[in-house]
Design a protein around this ligand. Structure first.
Ligand code: GAL
Length: 996
């Protein structure tokens, strides 16, 4: 390169300046235009050092732009949720500051010459640089960025054209990991740095459309649209341009007045109709995709196009297991497709404006978007919340005038970039940044910048200055109180304490009748989908049908942010906090999504699909109740089918016309079978949702008929026989002298017996609201010890009584097993009676039976609820049928190993394996079934899915009862009805060895 590296200037501490940034142009819309652009992505030169002044930069190497340098071999990613990874020393950062110096050459295209000569400008645009950068061209400072996820533009015309316009220029971008921006970008995600979104050089024609304000309104009363398009020049002055919408026959001059365009097909998430439009001046044409729609807050109701909307949403971070926040373009499309296929209708871009493409796809496919600014300062006020120093919030940016100018500019910048998107129905200034005058000023600036959309910000707990009230992780009880518009004294106290946690003066009685209770409410975050769970989506969604003010919410969160790496033993794993040598980290709290790191849907997404279904479906004998939960559509785009033989065959079911909000009862064919299943499918493809796609399925199962359908063994009863060594046999079953089942025909059986344990799920581990794991392990539930009490023959039965005891404690359970059998199999009835003095607040993980077979089956067939896992408070979307699954498919590879894979209500199963392990199981009353290539102990011991080791056996766990999974990693514990209190439980099943 022609010019040398900009020299180190020790006096210029640009990365600590407030207001942050230098020389940046005011924010503006990111438009699709025919104005020339030169994309600068690709391989850049890179030097890495530890000092922001560039005084210790290393050798030159190559790096990919866009990209994060910690994922390209420099430094390491670090995960913290709340706490700042650097001292809180505003606006300063430590001397040791990982620094990446990016350089490349560029040449202004020859074709731009003429326009440049006529006065065109050249802008250099960065769409995302974490966390701050200083930019030079040919050694001359151009400016400094501010806002990692915000587009920044610099006018570089002089720098590129003053001398040798078409010669080679040198572009230098020095990026620092820590800067004053760090303090306002404390989101719960990986700390990672670099130029992680695209860089472009833009030619801005004279008379070009620098910015656009569009308002495509729909009047639900008349069905007509009105369009206002204002074109602005670089100085913010109005520009004469023509707007054309060919499909509406509309062609008019732009201007501040809205013009009627006649009848339109409105945009909604249900029918995301977009009109292609162009805005043209003599020198530039911008193409837009317009969605006509009206968003209103009408008292306590949030309306789109006049109708109340329920948000069936999710929070989405930008994550990828290989490139992290650097977004593959296809991930934008894939995420939206998966969301639409799973009945989601809304997304919050937590906690920063997303990649441009994402919003384009949301417009096209139809998702209601809460677009959020890049602002979080959790590490300030978390201290006071946890009682550590109490001063944090007062110094925090939401109350600190030092930050005001930068933060107000931040909130304006992201709104300016995205306000032409139909999908955005609300703005949020950010997340967990406390409350105070600066936050209020940010909200005010958002409103000024775009008066057409409501503003939301969760931390305004009383909704004093926002339009929509929201909270995170509210319990069912709290949500009910909000729905009832009346808060109990205890809940008022809690909210008062939360607001006081921001070091604000909050008078008593502040929450007696706050503005919040006169506005629409939504769960900005709820249902923490970490690992197995979250539970109780059903109960949450039911509240939205009961209380008009409750508008649904956004599950936390979309994707596990695990990063592909290798552990010390060489296993390929998804790494989380602590896997990259971080001193300070928050472990696997970063893996809490509805999809696994590689975007495989986790069972939680299937559960959400069911409870988010736009069509409610309840099947009872002879009839199905169908509720149309759409705001706008009838159900003519869906067809229905019914199966009366556990989904072996389907027949068409006629549906009447069902208007939005209506429900009907549809008669179902009478039959003698045990199951009736109904499903609704799409007739035709709509966007990413294919034709024939199941929207919802539900069934009715008659347990008595199910039992009757199990053919009892015709073989004559066998009698127990005792061997000389004290062992017993009964039909094909063999028991040792302690009464433990050790064989079935040719099969050796290991580790058989009653089991009260399952591997804890993330919601039960340390640092949750219900750290049950520690309590379970403290009393050794994972190592219960058995003692034989009595073994005896009682007629044709073998009676085995035993006691399960827990180390150091008198707690335990009495177990009775009554075995009977015939030549083909054995039946057992088990009764488990936990100690009467079992602590009331200590649920049991499980009550069931476990055993291992000598080799792994390739296939598991079962008749029960599937195809995905179910726990007492999850499993939405499972239906009763004969399912078949490979052993691998039976497991859910949660990033952190934990209980998984339970199939509920299994009445029959067959385990068939190449190595001759073959077993038939029958459970006439239905039992939970999990089949694994490893033991519960292994599942419990490993910290990464990739480290789990099969032990050559097949572990079968049968569950008569299970503790619900809840949401306690960040939300409520399981509801009382899903808590497995220590109670007596009886269950029965039959095991029969079969020919392999
Ligand atoms: C919320 C926060 C999210 C995330 C979540 C826990 O408090 O807003 O960013 O940290 O908790 O996973």
């Amino acid at each position: 390169m022609s010019t040398p590296l900009p020299s180190a200037d020790r006096t210029d501490r640009w990365w600590e300046e407030l207001p942050a940034g230098r020389n940046r142009l005011r924010g503006r819309a990111h438009l699709h235009t025919d104005a020339p652009a030169l994309n600068l992505d690709g391989t850049w030169e890179f030097r890495y050092g530890t000092r922001a002044d560039g005084s210790d930069l290393g050798e030159s190497a190559e790096i990919a732009v866009p990209g994060l340098w910690q994922l390209q071999g420099y430094g390491a990613p670090q995960y913290t949720n709340v706490i700042y990874p650097i001292p809180r020393d505003v606006p300063h950062v430590p001397d040791e500051n990982p620094t990446g110096h990016y350089s490349r050459t560029l040449t202004v295209p020859e074709e731009w010459t003429e326009q440049l000569a006529g006065g065109a400008r050249i802008l250099l645009r960065f769409q995302g640089v974490d966390s701050a950068a200083k930019v030079w061209i040919d050694g001359t400072e151009i400016g400094v960025t501010a806002g990692s996820r915000l587009t920044q533009e610099f006018d570089v015309t002089e720098a590129l054209t003053a001398e040798a316009p078409h010669g080679e220029h040198r572009l230098d971008v020095r990026v620092v990991q820590w800067s004053v921006n760090t303090y306002v970008e404390d989101q719960d995600m990986w700390w990672a740095s670099g130029i992680f979104r695209s860089v472009d050089l833009l030619l801005r024609p004279v008379g070009g459309i620098h910015d656009l304000v569009t308002d495509a309104d729909f009047d639900p009363a008349t069905g007509e649209g009105a369009l206002r398009v204002t074109a602005l020049d670089a100085d913010g002055a109005e520009l004469a341009a023509t707007v054309e919408v060919p499909d509406l026959g509309h062609s008019a001059a732009t201007g501040a007045r809205a013009l009627s365009v006649g009848e339109v097909r409105p945009w909604s998430a249900e029918d995301p109709h977009l009109y292609d439009a162009t805005v043209r001046t003599a020198t530039e044409t911008v193409t837009l995709r317009l969605g006509f729609r009206r968003v209103e807050v009408d008292g306590e109701i949030f309306r789109v196009n006049g109708e109340r909307i329920v948000f069936r949403g999710v929070n989405r971070h930008e994550a990828d297991p290989v490139v992290g926040r650097t977004q593959h373009l296809q991930n934008q499309d894939l995420d939206v497709a998966l969301m639409k296929q799973h009945n989601l209708n809304a997304v919050r871009t937590s906690h920063y404006p997303p990649h441009q493409r994402f919003l384009d796809v949301c417009d096209e496919a139809g998702l209601y978007v809460i677009c959020e600014g890049d602002f979080e300062t959790h590490g300030f006020h978390a201290d006071s919340t946890w009682g550590e120093d109490g001063t944090g919030a007062a110094e925090g940016p939401a109350q600190n005038p030092l930050f005001e100018e930068s933060l107000v500019e931040r909130s304006e910048r992201f709104v300016l970039r995205d306000r032409h998107h139909a999908s955005i129905v609300m703005w949020s200034i950010g997340n967990e940044a406390a409350s105070g005058p600066v936050a209020e000023a940010m909200v005010a600036r958002v409103r000024e910048t775009d008066p057409t959309r409501p503003v939301i910000y969760e931390q305004d707990y009383a909704a004093e200055y926002v339009d929509v009230f929201s909270l995170m992780y509210s319990s069912i009880d709290e949500s009910t109180q909000i729905g009832e518009r009346s808060l109990s004294p205890e809940y008022q106290d809690k909210l008062t304490r939360m607001l006081r946690g921001f070091a604000l003066d909050v008078p008593e009685g502040h929450f007696a009748d706050p503005p919040a209770l006169h506005k629409p409410f939504l769960w900005i975050e709820y249902a923490h989908a970490m690992g197995n769970g979250a539970g109780s989506l059903e109960e949450y969604m039911a509240l939205t049908e009961k209380y008009p003010a409750l508008h649904g919410g956004f599950i936390w969160e979309w994707i596990d942010h695990g990063l592909e790496t290798t552990d010390a033993e060489g296993n390929r794993i998804y790494g989380y906090g602590g896997d990259f040598g971080e001193r300070l980290h928050d472990g696997n709290f970063v893996a809490d999504g509805l999809v696994l790191p590689d975007r495989t849907p986790s069972p939680a997404l299937l559960d959400a699909k069911h409870h988010y279904s736009p069509v409610g479906l309840e099947v009872s004998p002879g009839t199905a109740r169908i509720v149309n939960r759409y705001a706008f559509s009838d159900l003519s785009h869906l067809r229905a089918e019914v199966s009366v033989d556990a989904q072996a065959s389907w027949q068409e079911l006629e549906l009447p016309t069902i208007a939005p909000g209506e429900s009907v009862e549809v008669a179902l064919p009478a039959h003698e079978g045990a199951t009736t299943t109904v499903r609704l499918l799409t007739r035709e493809a709509q966007g990413p949702v294919p034709a024939g796609h199941t929207i919802v399925a539900a069934d009715h199962v008659d347990p008595a008929r199910l039992r009757a359908a199990l053919t009892p063994s015709a073989a004559a009863a066998a009698a127990p026989e005792q061997g000389e060594d004290g062992s017993w046999s009964l039909g094909p079953a063999r028991f040792d002298d302690l009464g433990r089942l050790v064989g079935l025909g040719d099969l050796a059986v290991e580790g058989a017996g009653v089991d009260l344990y399952r591997a804890p799920v993330d919601n039960e581990r340390a640092r949750t609201r219900a750290p049950l794991e520690a309590r379970w392990k403290r009393i050794g539930l994972d190592h219960a010890r058995r003692r034989l009490v009595e073994i005896s023959a009682e007629g044709s039965a073998l009676l085995v009584r035993s006691r399960l005891g827990l180390d150091g404690s008198a707690l335990g359970a009495d177990v009775t097993e009554r075995w009977s059998g015939d030549a083909e199999g054995v039946d057992v009835e088990v009764t488990v009676t936990p100690s009467a003095f079992w602590p009331e607040d200590l649920p049991l993980p499980r009550i069931g039976w476990t055993f291992a077979l000598p080799s792994a089956p390739d296939e598991v067939e079962y008749e029960g609820f599937g195809p995905h896992e179910s726990y007492p408070d999850t499993g939405g979307g499972t239906t009763f049928a004969r399912w078949s699954s490979s052993l691998a498919e039976f497991q859910v590879p949660y990033v952190f190993p934990q209980e998984n894979g339970n199939r509920a209500g299994v009445v029959r199963a067959a385990l068939r394996g190449a190595a001759g392990a073959a077993l038939a199981l029958e459970a006439p009353d239905g039992l939970g079934l999990a089949v694994r290539p490893w033991s519960t102990a292994e599942l419990d011991a490993r910290a990464h899915d990739g480290a789990l080791r099969p032990d050559g056996r097949t572990w079968v766990t049968l569950s008569a009862a299970l503790q619900g999974v809840g949401s306690a990693a960040c939300g409520p514990e399981p509801l009382p009805q899903y808590v497995l209190s220590a109670r007596e439980e009886s269950f029965r099943f039959r095991l029969a060895p079969t020919a392999g």
